[in-house]
Structures are given as structure tokens and as C-alpha cells.
Design a protein around this ligand. Structure first.
Ligand code: BGC
Length: 759
């Protein structure tokens, strides 16, 4: 066994196999008036220029310890250690919130980590979301990077002692020479802590401290390196076989002073070469300077990347052992609740890609992508994916936190920022700002937890009011800074925005906002609002008809997305006419999709609800470009941002806006659960207290089945093809009821297993 050296990470913390008993105590300090009342924020002499400093205090207990907790947070991200061992398993603590309004504080039970003699408390401070390149200068005026902590010890005789951050702490440099989420990390393993200096007291704004609200981020799984190869360009590349978000943990095999350096990438180019131009300015480079200790494993401490491949820039040998590399999957600790499978392996792979897309992008906040110079909480993406997310995982707590930040970052006039936590002034784009109304409702629908509506109701109304009062009608509702049907394939050459008219989309979303405020108001018993927003909804629907429907009864904006939203949000005066027109358009396009972020989220439901479920299946089963399965055919292991991220000829769409891990189009998985297998919550009895079961099989598949762990137990629904139709099997858990619809017949049932035959 190598000897522990000060200032070095001895072993990789993979899955925290040896994690000591230092678990997080949720809301441990909630009762207190002010968190960390007796502690002071401490920093270094040049806080903005310090790279990952360590703050230290030693502590010798006076008596026998009964219990001890460490309460800590940072303006930045921290890793706390006691006697050289990491405290807890929360990576990138304290997480990302609307920092100007709130910073989460964590309390860990550290009783088992303390010795009866001298103890060393170290707190390493990284830049993270607070000061790294990701924050784009937006917090420069708030305060300097700093930490605050208190070790609270209770002795067996009932007396207590606190060791809080104050002037008596010291700081020093660590071996982390460079660290940033986007650009990666440089670490010198030869560094030994020394040259301790007294800390500087600073104002980290204590009033913003709140107890932990969200889920923690942690190491979830390790993915072994799969293959190693030399590319046509002569570069050495390792493939992990799966795009993940996290970091590579590797064994040092270099001699003292030699370096191991590698870059991250998602795909290979047409010629099989390493490619990461699509990361744009995010350098994503890890550099390790060896101390010659070849037993040692290392991974970055304050940086993460989205990747499937790494390119070895510097590595001492070509005799590479794959076992020396592991990809560590890092994301919010969420409970998996949904599972789906069917007889088509490509659809199953698509479904797995949706799961990996969520895993790669639910890292404390729902992000657009995990790799390029964004990794931001884009509201539009989260909004369209929220329903799917709530099938796959229990995201109740996760969205409580993020939506709380959305409300805090909302402008007084109701504008919602495009990204949450906000890094620039809120703008208020339709479909993006609609996260304010859509996500709370989806979370309530999935979990039946009324607190999400109580928490968000004012924010929902404010957003709806903002859009409505922008002007007297459609001329204003969709105006201003908009993203439109983002990345729709009917976009003009050189544009990211699909062809669907913005004013039409803005009007549709205003109607949808009214619908959701009405539903929330009903759930909360706010009857006066129900009447007011119902009246508004009618005005908006009339304005929609007057403005966007031509003499032929069809829409003036003739795109797939325009018909999809008109049908889905119940604004089509003649549903049959609109549905036929949409179906014709899809057929004319070779049974292929042309929609962007907005249309894609709803096209499957719009077609199904309008009586064209067979066409929805055709879209799902389509393998030619553009389609979901096209990306699967091209080897995707996550959901792509662009239908043509990799073009049919193998070339790359563009270096800009070309992420291979963007979950938005993964919204299709809600259709797999909700329509193919037919498991939906009853909005009147949310959280699956009463379950709506209505599977819609298709003979092009042999079987499909899904199960979902709800607050009432596990519900299952699936079907298999038989000689003369389908055999449907449904399981309803104890404590829940269900309305099961098979064909034209619906029956209300209690817990049990039910089988039906369908022609
Ligand atoms: C992001 C998107 C986001 C969009 C706004 C992009 O840069 O990656 O997913 O929604 O900007 O249109």
C-alpha cells in the first residue's frame, strides 16, 4: 500500500466504495435563524487569482466525542476532508442555485471520521459554477470565492464545542494548477502542502445561505474503457462505448515529472478521427504531472466533461492497458422509476439513449448539454423533456429546487430567464419561459405533490400575465427575442429557427399557459383565478382563430409544427381537417419529421390524439434521415441536438450547435410509456392515485411493455402480438385505482392483474 501523502489524492474515489460514514443531513439546520451564525467566510489574499486553494484547521477534542457534524458551504464548489478523507459523497457541492438569492449549505454527520487526538479539517475550494468560465462574469460583483464552515462537536458529558471558520484558519496552494468545468484540470501530483498563510475574512453574504434543497450530485457508476485504437491521423484514442457525463479515472503509469494529458470527444469524424470541434471554446483537457507513484489513481476534482472518447495527447507508452482507465458517471442522485422495452432493438437503444441523455444532463440543474461551452439550465429544453424525465426518474425534489430558482430569477414584470440559474437578464421567449408553467404542472401530475404548485403558483401566473400584457394580441404575444421552433428542419438556409411563425407559436403558448394556470388554480382552490384565466383563454383562442386561420380553414403558417401545436393545445376549430392536413404533410415528407424543439415534443401525441396513431408509429419506426432511429443507425448512444448531427454521408453538420448529448428530442419517450404502453396519471387524481391505462399496440412490433414505480407502488402495462390480435397485461398496485381503456371500452378497477385481448 502506498503511504498517504499530504495534499495528494491517494486513490480514486470511484463509487465511494470506502466512503466513511459521513452522510448528508437534509434540513439539519432548518430551524435555526441563520445558518453558520458563528462562522465567518474565509478566503485567500488574492481570491480571484487563487486556483483551488485549501483552507485548514486542526482540532484536538478535549473529551470523548458523542457526535459531530460538519456544516459547510462555499462561494465556489468545495471538497471537505477530515484527516485526508473526503467528507460525504456530494460532488461539486454546494450545487448550482440562483447564487445571488441562495446558496445551499450541507451538514454531514462526521462522528466516525474524527479521532480522539489531533484532527485536520481541510476544505478545498474550486471555481465551479460560481467563478469558472461558465458564469460569464455575472457574479463578479456579488462577492469573492470563499468558504464557510463549522465543525460542531458534542461530548459524552453533554457539553459542546464548535470549530468555525475564522481568522485562525490558514490556507495554502494545492496541486491543482488549473481547474475549470469547460477547460478541464491540470494537477501536479508532486505538490506537497506548505507555505501556510493566514486566511482573509470576507463577506460571502450569509443572508443567502439556505439548507440543502435539491438532490446531491455524486458518482453513480463506472464505465470501463472498451477499446483502444490509433486513428488514421495517428492519434491514440480510447473509446468507452457510451457517451457519459463525469470524468475519467486513470492509473498513473508515468515516471516522476512525466505527464499524462488527454482531451475529450463525443464522436469520430467521417474518416474515423477524433473530433471535438463541437465543444467550441471548452478545451476539456486533463493534464496530470506524475510523482512516479504507479499505484496511484487520479481523476479531476473540480471539473467534469461530456464524452465517449478520449484522445491521449501525452502518454508515456503505446502499450496501453485498458484496465487503467474508467469513465466515472456523475449526476444528481435520482431514483430510477420507469422502464420500457419492446421487440425492436433499435427502439430499445433509442430509449436507452433517452435515459443516458437524462443522466448526462441532470447534474444538479437540467442542462442543454454536458460538453461544449454551455452546460446551462436552458428552460425550453427542460420544459419539453420534463414529462419524460418524470417517468424515467423521481425528479420531484430535483425540480422543486430548480423551479424555486426559476421563480427567484424571474423579473418583477414576470419575464423568465432563458437559462436557470440566470446568468443574464431574463428575456421571456415562448416555450422557454414556459418552463415556469409547464414544469410545475408536470411535477404535480407525476407525483401529486401539491407543494410544487404552492411554491410556484405566483411565478406561473406572473409568466402568463407578462406574456398577455405584452400587447393587445398576437402581434405582441410572440414578438421580441424568440427561438421559434428551434432547429426545425424547415428553417431557412443558415438559420437555426424553424419556419413556423413566431406570433402563432407565441399565441399557442399563451393559451397553454392559461390552461396550466387554470389547472393549478383548481388544484389549489383558487376559484377567482379559474374564472379570470378561463376568460383570458377564450380571448386568446379567438385571437388565434382570427389571426392565423385563412379562408380555406387552414393555418396561414403551413408547417408540421404549426398543425401539431394547434391540435395538441386544442386550438383547431376543425380538428379533423387539421389532423388530415398534418398527416398529409407528414406523408408528403416521406413519413418523416421536420419539426424542431417545439413540434417534436408534441407531434406524437398530436397525431395519436387526432386518430393517426399508426402514423405516429411510422415516425418512431422510421430509420431514414430525419428520424429518431436515424441517429441510432449512426451509432448514437445519447440523443442528438440536431437530426443531422452526423449527416448521411458521415460528415458533421457544423461545429456550432452540434451537441451529441442534448435530451430535448428524447421527449419521445413519454409517448413510449404513455401511448405505446398507455400508462398516464389521471390529472384529477395526480401522482398515479388513479391511473389512466390505454395501451395502443401496433402490429409492426411483437411486444412492448413498461413499468413505473409510483408513490402507490409499481404499475405495469404491456402487450404482445398473438395470432389474432394482441394480449394486453396490466398490473395495478395496492392503494391505486385505474381506468383501463381497451378499444372503445373503459373499466374502473382496483389493484390487481388484468389481461385483455385486442383485435
Ligand atoms: C442551447 C439550446 C437552447 C438554445 C436556445 C442553445 O445554445 O444549447 O438547447 O435551448 O440555445 O435556443
Amino acid at each position: 500500500m502506498p503511504k498517504r501523502r499530504e495534499g495528494c489524492r491517494i486513490t480514486c474515489s470511484i463509487l465511494f466504495k470506502n466512503a466513511p460514514r459521513a452522510y448528508l443531513l437534509y434540513h439539519a439546520k432548518a430551524k435555526n435563524k441563520m445558518l453558520l451564525e458563528n462562522a465567518k467566510f474565509i478566503t485567500t489574499e488574492n481570491p480571484r487569482d487563487s486556483v483551488a486553494p485549501v483552507f485548514r484547521k486542526t482540532f484536538a477534542p478535549k473529551k470523548e466525542i458523542r457526535s459531530a457534524s460538519l456544516t459547510v458551504t462555499a462561494r465556489g464548489i468545495y471538497e471537505a476532508q477530515i484527516n485526508g478523507v473526503r467528507v460525504g459523497k456530494f460532488i461539486f457541492a454546494p450545487g448550482w442555485t440562483s447564487y445571488k438569492n441562495r446558496v445551499q449549505v450541507q451538514t454531514y454527520d462526521v462522528t466516525a471520521m474524527l479521532s480522539g487526538e489531533n484532527n485536520t479539517i481541510d476544505i478545498l475550494l474550486g471555481k465551479g459554477w460560481h467563478y469558472g468560465n461558465i458564469q460569464r462574469g455575472s457574479f463578479d460583483t456579488i462577492c469573492d470565492p470563499c468558504v464557510i464552515a463549522s465543525l460542531d462537536v458534542e461530548y459524552t458529558d453533554g457539553t459542546a464545542e464548535a470549530v468555525a471558520t475564522d481568522e485562525s484558519w490558514q490556507y495554502a496552494k494545492t496541486g491543482i494548477l488549473y481547474s475549470d468545468y469547460y477547460n478541464g484540470e491540470t494537477y501536479d501530483a508532486n505538490h506537497v502542502y506548505g507555505d501556510w498563510k493566514p486566511v482573509v475574512i470576507t463577506d460571502g453574504k450569509k443572508e443567502a445561505l439556505v439548507p440543502q434543497i435539491g438532490e446531491i450530485v455524486t458518482e453513480i457508476e463506472e464505465v470501463p474503457a472498451k477499446t483502444y485504437f490509433i486513428t488514421p491521423k495517428g492519434e491514440r484514442v480510447i473509446d468507452f462505448g457510451q457517451e457519459i457525463t463525469g470524468y475519467v479515472c486513470f492509473r498513473n503509469i508515468a515516471d516522476i515529472g512525466d505527464r499524462i494529458v488527454f482531451d475529450h470527444g463525443e464522436v469520430l469524424d467521417r474518416d474515423g478521427n477524433f473530433y471535438n470541434e463541437n465543444y467550441r471554446s471548452a478545451r476539456s483537457r486533463i493534464a496530470y504531472i506524475s510523482d512516479g507513484d504507479k499505484q496511484k489513481w487520479y481523476h479531476p476534482i473540480f471539473s467534469f466533461q461530456g464524452f465517449r472518447y478520449i484522445r491521449l495527447q501525452e502518454y508515456p507508452t503505446n502499450e496501453l492497458y485498458l484496465g487503467d482507465f474508467k469513465a466515472i458517471v456523475v449526476h444528481s442522485e435520482l431514483k430510477r422509476t420507469g422502464h420500457f422495452t419492446c421487440s425492436d432493438p433499435m427502439i430499445n437503444r433509442l430509449y436507452e439513449n433517452v435515459i443516458w441523455g437524462q443522466r448526462g444532463n441532470f447534474l444538479d440543474v437540467p442542462t442543454d448539454c454536458p460538453q461544449r461551452d454551455e452546460r446551462l439550465g436552458w428552460t425550453g429544453d427542460a420544459q419539453v423533456f420534463c414529462r419524460t424525465a418524470a417517468y424515467n426518474y423521481d425528479v420531484n425534489r430535483f425540480f422543486h429546487k430548480w423551479l424555486g430558482d426559476l421563480a427567484l430569477d424571474q423579473a418583477p414584470d414576470g419575464r423568465v430567464a432563458q437559462i436557470i440559474p440566470a446568468l443574464w437578464d431574463p428575456d421571456g421567449a415562448f416555450a422557454w419561459g414556459d418552463a415556469a408553467t409547464v414544469c410545475p404542472w408536470e411535477i404535480y401530475r407525476a407525483y401529486g405533490d401539491i407543494t410544487i404548485l404552492e411554491q410556484q403558483y405566483e411565478s406561473m401566473k406572473k409568466w402568463c400575465d407578462y406574456v398577455y400584457h405584452k400587447g393587445d394580441g398576437p402581434d405582441a404575444w410572440g414578438g421580441g427575442g424568440q427561438y421559434g421552433d428551434w432547429l426545425g428542419l424547415d428553417a431557412e438556409e443558415g438559420s437555426y429557427r424553424g419556419a413556423t411563425n413566431d406570433l402563432l407559436l407565441g399565441t399557442v403558448f399563451l393559451a397553454y399557459e392559461c390552461d396550466l394556470v387554470i389547472k393549478a388554480a383548481k388544484a389549489l382552490g383558487r376559484h377567482e383565478d379559474v374564472a379570470a384565466y378561463t376568460e383570458r383563454r377564450e380571448l386568446v383562442a379567438k385571437a388565434f382563430r382570427d389571426t392565423f386561420i385563412g379562408e380555406d380553414g387552414l393555418l396561414t403558417s403551413d408547417t408540421q409544427t404549426a398543425y401539431v401545436v394547434a391540435l395538441h393545445f386544442d386550438l383547431a376549430p376543425d380538428r379533423a381537417l387539421f389532423a388530415k392536413h398534418l398527416a398529409d404533410k407528414v406523408h408528403a415528407n416521406g413519413d418523416r419529421i421536420q419539426t424542431g424543439f417545439i413540434g417534436t415534443a408534441y407531434i406524437m401525441d398530436a397525431l395519436t390524439d387526432a386518430g393517426y396513431v399508426d402514423l405516429a408509429y411510422s415516425l418512431l419506426l422510421q430509420k431514414e434521415f430525419p428520424s429518431w432511429l436515424y441517429s441510432v443507425r449512426k451509432g448514437a448512444t445519447t440523443i442528438w441536438e440536431h437530426w443531422d448531427g452526423l449527416k448521411p454521408d458521415g460528415s458533421v453538420w457544423s461545429r456550432d450547435m452540434n451537441s451529441f448529448n442534448h435530451y430535448a428530442y428524447g421527449a419521445v419517450a413519454s409517448w413510449m410509456y404513455g401511448t405505446m404502453c398507455g400508462i398516464r396519471p389521471d390529472e384529477e387524481n395526480p401522482g398515479y392515485r388513479n391511473i389512466k391505462i390505454k395501451p395502443l399496440p401496433d402490429a409492426r412490433l411483437d411486444y412492448a411493455k413498461a413499468e413505473l414505480e409510483t408513490r402507490y407502488g409499481t404499475v405495469k402495462s404491456g402487450w404482445e402480438k398473438t395470432a389474432d390480435g394482441f394480449l394486453v397485461t396490466v398490473v395495478i398496485p395496492e392503494g391505486a385505482t385505474a381506468d383501463i381503456t381497451i378499444g372503445a371500452k373503459t373499466e374502473h378497477v382496483g389493484a390487481g392483474t388484468y389481461t385483455y385481448t385486442m383485435a
